[in-house]
Design a protein around this ligand. Sequence first.
Ligand SMILES: [Zn+2]
Length: 243
Amino acid sequence: MEDLGYSFGSAVREGTFMWTDYIIYALFGIITIISWIVQQALQSKFKKYSQVELPFSGKELAEKMLRDNGIDDVQVVSTEGQLTDHYNPSNRTVNLSQGVFDKRTVAAAAVAAHECGHAVQHSKSYAFLSLRSALVPAVNISSKWMPWILLLGIVFVQYTAIPLGIGIALFAITTLFSFVTLPVEIDASRRAVAWLEEAQITTAETTPMAKDALRAAAYTYVIAALSSLATLLYYVAIFMKRR
Ligand SMILES: [Zn+2]
């Protein structure tokens, strides 16, 4: 015990352990737990609102929302898999998964309208969507090289700080990307709920359900961004305490 205490004390004195380490490890722990809770909440909410029926299918209301927003060059297509719904700006398609495309439920309506929200953002050149799209090439390059450069950076940190510094810069791009994604996602959901209500697709009873489902989805993006920031701080801490 005394030995442990002594080596721990000397490690603190020599700077191998830093208070920032404890904060970062605690942060990782908290984020992991919250991330799990958020995922469970999202699944249970979507399951719940998949039981509430609406008169329109995901495809039908997506096409109506696009028309109502004066968009006539975007196709609504069905895509394989679960939770694979997305808007593709390069070929102008709203891609809806099987659980959404032909389903007539509040959950399907929320997802379909959200993806159309991205198409509306695109047609209006919404600033954060443009910024996000501009970051995509840099993020792709970063994701490809970053793990290797960070690994080299940590292995050789005692000799040179250059690879770790480059790795941190690349990681910062992906962190920035995950934060720019937040307003894009929240705005798409806001547009979705506003339209669902205005077009009377949802009622006073079902609008709050659609809002609730989309809020649960938004939390997963918030957690992803915070998790990315915590990882960035972890590498910055290694960089700062190098000798
Ligand atoms: Zn989205």
